[in-house]
Design a protein around this ligand. Structure first.
Ligand code: ADP
Length: 169
């Protein structure tokens, strides 16, 4: 090291699956920091449609254009992951006031636990209605979600939802 500090940041989420809203935030953050680590966690409150390995592979498939972005699994506390990877901050996307209310308390808890800072990036209005849960719900009922997720994600989503439907019929 020459004494220069590498500005490294974590973009955490469950990404079940990754959407164009997530990718917009990741791409914008990649221009601001030296290194971005997309941290893929297990969301304790939600049942995932895709395994962590599948979610990681789907993100890796589309972040190729950013040489300073990598994807890793988060096992355990998010702030421990940040510290272990030498990141002093994480970035969250904010879609609406409802995101802010939840994220504010979470960021205060994370800061108390570890001094890791949380930075917020406002979502592009084009994507502010997008969430992975809504994508799954709409696609599951036969709605067209093309243009809202990358094409290979759409293909995997369609297959997985059809498998689930076949099992429940
Ligand atoms: P989701 O709410 O879609 O299940 P995640 O838990 O994977 O999302 O969210 C990971 C991060 O991405 C969070 O900071 C979340 O606020 C942000 N995010 C999710 N969807 C969007 C979007 N459409 N635009 C901007 N940020 C988003």
């Amino acid at each position: 090291m020459t004494g220069e500090t590498i500005r490294r940041v974590v973009c955490p989420g469950s990404f079940d699956p990754v959407t164009n809203g997530h990718l917009d935030i990741i791409g914008r953050v990649a221009t601001l920091f030296d290194e971005v680590i997309v941290g893929v966690g297990k969301n304790v409150g939600k049942r995932a449609l895709f395994t962590a390995e599948e979610r990681i592979a789907m993100i890796r498939n589309v972040i190729g254009e950013y040489p300073n972005v990598r994807v890793e699994a988060i096992d355990g506390l998010l702030v421990d992951f940040c510290v272990q990877h030498g990141a002093h901050a994480m970035v969250k996307g904010l879609r609406a006031v409802s995101d802010y209310e939840y994220e504010l308390t979470m960021s205060q808890m994370n800061h108390r636990l570890s001094r890791v800072e949380t930075l917020f990036v406002a979502s592009d209005p084009e994507y502010s209605h997008l969430s992975s849960s809504l994508i799954k719900e709409v696609a599951g009922l036969g709605g067209d979600v093309s243009g809202l997720v990358p094409d290979h994600v759409l293909a995997q989503l369609t297959t997985r939802l059809a498998e689930h439907k076949a099992k429940s019929d």
